[in-house]
Ligand binder design. Structure first.
Ligand code: FAD
Length: 406
């Protein structure tokens, strides 16, 4: 049977558009659809760590992002109360992070997919994944401009976020699931200069973070444990401001600033889903989700797009069987993110760190190389498994006790 497309990608944001773009650049016939029309915002803050920026650079899109006036972030500061850890989050090749508005970043990605030759249909809602003999073979959807359409492809890729319609249809296995752990609300402020810094403030049961974004605005997200969700949603602004008042010096800075948007926020579940099966694949939040406290989602979506597009290329070109190529995609994804997943879920409880961790953080604070390592670990530039490896921990504590420097 002839199929019009090699791949149909459902969802056109951080995971979907890059997947469509990379497949189209390899010469495949790709349709990418989204019920949104771009530019379009979404409920998400948008820190893109240096390795996320590195992916944009590999794709030839970083210059386009910087041309939009998005300020670079060169230093990550973590204020624990008694001390602050400040370090560089990136590498020599990818030294800085960015915090681009999703209206700008996602639109840029959609345009790049279209430029690569993918057919982009905005305002198109997928209402059914067509399954024949146990295999996904296409979609049925409705355009906001009128009419219901059926499209067929060798593979349907779900890049449709944490409430993935594609995942719902194909019912992948779930593993390592954890319930929502914290809830965060954010808004934008003018008159709060950040000078290229990401600032994160951690207190018992509370945290907030501030990042510079487009148009001279600063994004501030504040959060508390999920058990307080119901109670605190009765007064989101009051609880947000009370969280910031825990750091009087920052609250003083905020008094000179002006709120420019309404509060938005949510809590998310944590899970892995098997990201492939007969005729289908999942990328981004559709396949793996974790709390936003470590801001890994956009960068992870970019990595998924590259891994999945490569795996599909192997399968389409006949270099490898579909299952072998896609199981390598799953294994590589899981191995890359597993330690960060555990670290993120632990952090998202907002419980005070255990005494040994507090001791280690105190030792990190005495030492610039260790502070850079801590910043890089939080950015996902290095894995928590590497940062917390016994040799590294020993080197940090020895240096703090006046032994050999790191
Ligand atoms: C409060 C909050 C803060 C966050 N902060 C950060 C951060 O600072 N940094 C970071 O890296 N990550 C952050 N994240 C995570 C980040 O938002 C996600 O990881 C990222 O958006 C995943 O991209 P995606 O393309 O997989 O999915 P999404 O961005 O969710 O895109 C899915 C798309 O699919 C479309 N779609 C869904 N169903 C259909 C359908 N049936 N038909 C057609 N289209 C459909 C939707 O319209 C949507 O455009 C945050 C998340 C939250 C909730």
């Amino acid at each position: 049977m002839t199929r019009a497309f090699d791949a149909i990608v459902v969802g056109a944001r951080c995971a979907g558009s890059p997947t469509a773009m990379l497949l189209a650049r390899k010469g495949y016939r790709v349709l990418v659809v989204d019920r949104a029309t771009f530019p379009s915002d979404t409920v998400s803050t948008h820190l893109v760590h240096p390795l996320g920026a590195a992916a944009l650079s590999r794709w030839g899109l970083l210059d386009r992002l910087t041309a939009t006036g998005c300020p670079p972030i060169h230093t990550y500061c973590f204020d624990f109360g008694p001390f602050t850890i400040s370090g560089s989050p990136g590498t020599d090749k990818a030294p800085v992070a960015f915090c681009p508005r999703r209206t700008i970043l996602d639109h840029l990605l959609v345009d790049a997919a279209a430029e690569a030759g993918a057919e982009v249909r905005e305002g198109f809602t997928v209402e059914e994944v067509l399954i024949e003999d146990g295999s996904a073979v296409g979609i049925k959807g409705r355009s906001m401009y009128g009419g219901s359409t059926i499209e067929r492809a060798r593979v349907v890729v779900g890049a449709d976020g944490l409430r993935s319609f594609v995942a719902e249809a194909v019912q992948p296995a779930h593993y390592d699931e954890k319930p929502p752990l914290c809830v965060g609300y954010y808004t934008y402020w003018s008159g709060l200069p950040m000078d290229g810094r990401s600032e994160v403030y951690i207190r018992d049961g509370r945290a907030f973070a501030a990042w510079p974004t487009h148009e001279g605005l600063t994004l501030i997200i504040g959060g508390w444990p999920y058990v307080e969700f119901e109670e605190n949603k009765k007064d989101i602004e009051g609880n947000y401001l009370k969280t910031i008042e825990l750091v009087p010096a920052f609250a003083d800075r905020l008094r000179g600033a002006r709120r420019e948007a309404r509060f938005v926020g949510m809590a998310v579940p944590n899970y892995f889903r098997k990201p492939y099966g007969p005729g289908w694949a999942l990328v981004g939040d559709a396949g793996y989700n974790k709390d936003f406290i470590t801001s890994q989602g956009i960068m992870d979506a970019f990595h998924d797009a590259e891994l999945c597009a490569d795996a599909l290329d192997s399968a389409f070109s006949g270099t490898r069987p579909f299952d072998a190529a896609m199981s390598e995609y799953q294994n590589t994804r899981d191995a890359r993110v597993k330690a960060m997943y555990e670290f993120t879920c632990q952090l998202a409880t907002l419980e005070p760190p255990p005494p040994e961790m507090q001791q280690l953080l105190g030792a990190v604070h005495c030492n610039q190389k260790a502070m850079d390592g801590f910043a890089r670990m939080n950015a996902g530039t290095i894995s928590p498994a590497e940062f917390f490896a016994p040799e590294n921990v020993n080197a940090i504590t020895t240096a703090a006790q006046g032994g050999a420097a790191l």
